[in-house]
Design a protein around this ligand. Structure first.
Ligand code: ADP
Ligand code: MG
Length: 319
């Protein structure tokens, strides 16, 4: 199979056919139309075998997750997903692997209205890079920098599920279907992110853990915050684990949650139940933005819980 056959067979018709794609896969560049009055939101993510996923993982799930990560970034800005490009490095052209990988990618792309409009295919150690492009009305994107003292800190879904799945796998134990799904097939909260435009003052997606990611909001906003650990949204399995070992690092500092963390003015709080209902997802107020800086995590007895390590960092020497 030549490189060109591979691209034609597996990557030329992925996702939604969109009228704003003047030219897709096949030429030197894709040609895309950004509608008047909109800004283009762009984000890129790389998943490397052995670092972000097991090299022998299910390729269909890898296809899903490599797009999901980017869509979660678009969600965190309140941008509507439109286009994606894919840079794929593979050790060999295995038809079965490529079909499954492109199927995982295509399903999520189709579900979210995304067209795959181009990419690059190279030979080497397995690595997947997806760039996503979204559209957002000019000036309406939700940045990290808008949180103000008094705002409520909110989180969608549950925290630490993917982290627990990973710990179990690393310990040679089998995670439940639910936990495994949360690790391998995360659902980017795209519709919720869009609905939060005009409501949220700041937003981020949780890829590195709540303490690290909320920390980015605090730094960008020049503010501090306090969260109550008893209010964190946890699934039963994470809750059980915590009552056994009180390891709050699990919900606070393990990666891959792909939930949204956002801040809202207090007077917007009444909107949360309707949003949760509309998108069929939990939304929990976990704390409040304060003047000053830094994040305090309050235990139920009022004492402060101190974090050893605040999230995954590829370049920290602690590893
Ligand atoms: P060039 O030599 O100009 O870089 P390529 O041979 O890399 O072109 O790619 C040919 C066409 O196929 C381009 O339109 C490119 O965007 C597309 N393409 C290559 N690899 C992929 C891929 N993995 N997924 C989607 N499109 C791809
Ligand atoms: Mg190329």
């Amino acid at each position: 199979m030549s490189e060109f056959d591979l691209i034609r067979d597996h990557f030329s018709r992925i996702g939604t056919r969109r009228p704003d794609v003047a030219l897709g896969v096949g030429d030197d560049c894709a040609l895309l139309r950004v509608p008047e009055g909109f800004e283009l939101a762009v984000s890129i993510d790389t998943l490397v075998a052995g670092v972000h996923f097991f090299a022998d993982c299910d390729p269909e799930k890898l296809g899903h997750k490599s797009l999901a990560a980017g869509l979660s970034d678009l969600a965190a800005m309140g941008a509507e997903p439109a286009w994606a490009t894919l840079a794929l490095t593979i050790p060999e052209a295995n038809e079965g692997w490529l079909s499954a990988f492109s199927l995982g990618l295509a399903r999520l792309a189709g579900d979210e209205g995304v067209a795959l409009v181009g990419g690059d295919t190279t030979h080497g150690p397995l690595s997947v890079t997806v760039q996503v492009h979204g559209l957002v009305p000019a000036g309406k994107a939700v940045r990290r920098s808008g949180a103000r003292a008094g705002d409520l800190v909110c989180v969608s879904g549950t925290l630490g599920d993917a982290g627990l799945a990973l710990r179990l796998l690393e310990a040679g134990e089998a995670p439940s279907r639910f936990l495994r799904g949360r690790l391998e097939r995360p659902t980017p909260r795209v519709r919720l992110g869009i609905a939060l435009r005009g409501i949220a003052t700041a937003m981020i997606d949780l890829s590195d853990g709540l303490t690290a990611d909320l920390g980015h909001i605090l730094e960008a906003s020049g503010a501090g915050a306090q969260i109550r650990l008893a209010d964190l949204p946890l699934c039963e399995e994470v809750r059980d684990r915590l009552s056994a070992n009180a390891d709050w690092g699990l919900p606070l500092a393990s990666g891959d949650d792909y939930e949204l963390c956002f801040c809202i003015p207090v007077q917007e709080r009444h909107r949360l139940p309707a949003l949760a209902n509309r998108f069929d997802i939990g939304i929990r107020v976990v704390g409040q933005i304060l003047q000053g800086h830094g994040l305090r995590c309050l235990l139920e007895d009022g004492s402060t819980w101190r974090l050893q390590r605040s999230g995954y960092d590829h370049f920290s020497n602690e590893g």
